[in-house]
Design a protein around this ligand. Structure first.
Ligand SMILES: NC(=O)c1ccc[n+]([C@@H]2O[C@H](COP(=O)([O-])OP(=O)(O)OC[C@H]3O[C@@H](n4cnc5c(N)ncnc54)[C@H](OP(=O)(O)O)[C@@H]3O)[C@@H](O)[C@H]2O)c1
Length: 357
């Protein structure tokens, strides 16, 4: 590591009152940190931008993961622990080992890491995973073969469990979670219906990812279009967003429908529809009368599923049965704007920041 090398970092400068803006961040350049015993120095290659980051900017999210492994427990703390003002923004990364005092990792290894929004990071190696992905590009470790892909996998295998002929609807369908949900539905022989914003994304879902139908959540008659795309109702509604998309899907839920509740982007971004009326009893009544199962999904509860997930998903991706799309932004200084984009649906696929070549 050349001594003159500097470390550029993006710090959280202030907590956003509601929606984040680039003004909530500050970029600093300082010395590359020193590596201690059993630690490695990582150079960030790729940074993942994810909707939950807004929660960390606002403080820590309440959580108690049933993690089952130290790696998952540390990852859960990383994801949900919150970011202190004045410290480096957190986030999953793919990095290269450039110095190593740890016998499990050699210089040159490419790893899945949690280095946050910075060029270099010292890591104690407790959450690192060496990437051995054959011909699949390493960026997939931040999407389809990373936490988002595993979230979809856990939700589909443990909660949704679709059968052939059933209808599976997923919101935020072109993201790394939603796109895996829809394609796993197709693998199971179910009808996959995606909800996304704009005609381009909907076309991509149908023409390139094999969804049976895709509905534009911004169209004026969105609820009618969703109903038309689900002529036999909805058996699985995989919730990534909440708000208006939930209210359109809810009346279509069939008897014994399953609803993995995975994320609420509409709430995180403050764009959820305030109906002005309390519809709690309406929801509870349908859950009761239709024997619907809605269950919160927390990927970190399912560490035991990780080996099976990695093996099966890598096979599917290698065979082209699961495809994915990436949306790449260049340079760490563009990360704040990228976070705004993911919260407003401006991303087309898994949003990544290329930090170094
Ligand atoms: N529970 C867990 O363990 C876990 C783990 C990982 C991720 N998650 C959650 O999974 C969900 C998907 O994550 P991802 O990384 O795949 O995100 P993503 O799809 O790449 O990005 C979020 C997407 O949400 C959609 N969106 C934004 N505002 C919306 C609104 N008001 N109504 C409906 N949709 C809206 C946008 O897509 P369109 O504009 O195309 O609709 C946007 O692209 C998120 O809620 C995330 O927090 C949960």
């Amino acid at each position: 590591m050349p001594h003159e090398e500097k470390n550029t970092r993006v710090l959280l400068d202030s907590r956003p009152p509601s929606f984040p803006s680039p003004a909530n961040f500050r970029i600093v350049t300082d010395a590359v940190p020193k590596v201690g015993r059993d630690e490695v120095l990582l150079k960030t290659l790729w940074l993942s931008i994810e909707p939950y980051m807004i929660l960390g900017m606002k403080g820590s999210a309440p959580h108690s993961a049933k993690t089952g492994s130290d790696r998952m427990a540390n990852l859960a703390n990383g994801y949900l622990g919150g970011v202190e003002v004045g410290t480096t923004m957190y986030g999953p990364t793919v990095s290269r080992v450039v110095q190593s005092n740890n016998r499990k990792f050699a210089v040159g290894d490419v790893v899945s890491s949690y280095s946050g929004w910075q060029e270099y990071a010292v890591d104690d190696c407790t959450t690192l995973r060496k990437l051995e992905m054959g011909t699949v590009p390493v960026t997939a470790a931040l999407g389809v073969l990373g936490i988002p892909g595993m979230t979809a996998y856990a939700g589909m295998k443990l909660i949704a469990r679709p059968s052939a002929g059933e209808t599976v609807v997923v919101s935020a369908a072109l993201g790394p979670v939603g796109s895996v949900v829809g394609q796993m539905a197709r693998i199971a022989g179910a009808r996959a219906v995606g909800i996304a914003s704009g005609a381009e994304k909907c076309r991509y879902l149908e023409n390139s990812l094999g969804f049976d139908a895709a509905v534009d959540r911004l169209s004026t008659n969105f609820a009618q279009q969703l109903a038309a795309a689900c002529p036999r109702g909805i058996d699985v509604y995989f919730e990534n967003a909440g708000g208006a998309v939930w209210w359109a899907a809810f009346p279509l839920l069939n008897e014994f429908a399953r609803v993995p509740v995975c994320g609420l982007v509409a709430k995180y971004s403050g764009t959820h529809l305030d109906t002005g009326t309390d519809r709690t009893m309406e929801v509870l009544e349908r859950l009761l009368l239709f024997r619907i199962k809605a269950q919160g999904l927390f990927v970190f509860d399912h560490a035991d599923l990780e080996p099976q997930f990695l093996q099966e998903m890598l096979t599917w991706v290698s065979q082209g049965k699961i495809k994915y799309r990436e949306d790449i932004v260049d340079g760490l200084s563009n990360a704040p704007q990228a976070l705004v984009a993911v919260l407003t649906g401006k991303n087309v696929g898994k949003l990544l920041v290329r930090v170094a070549a």
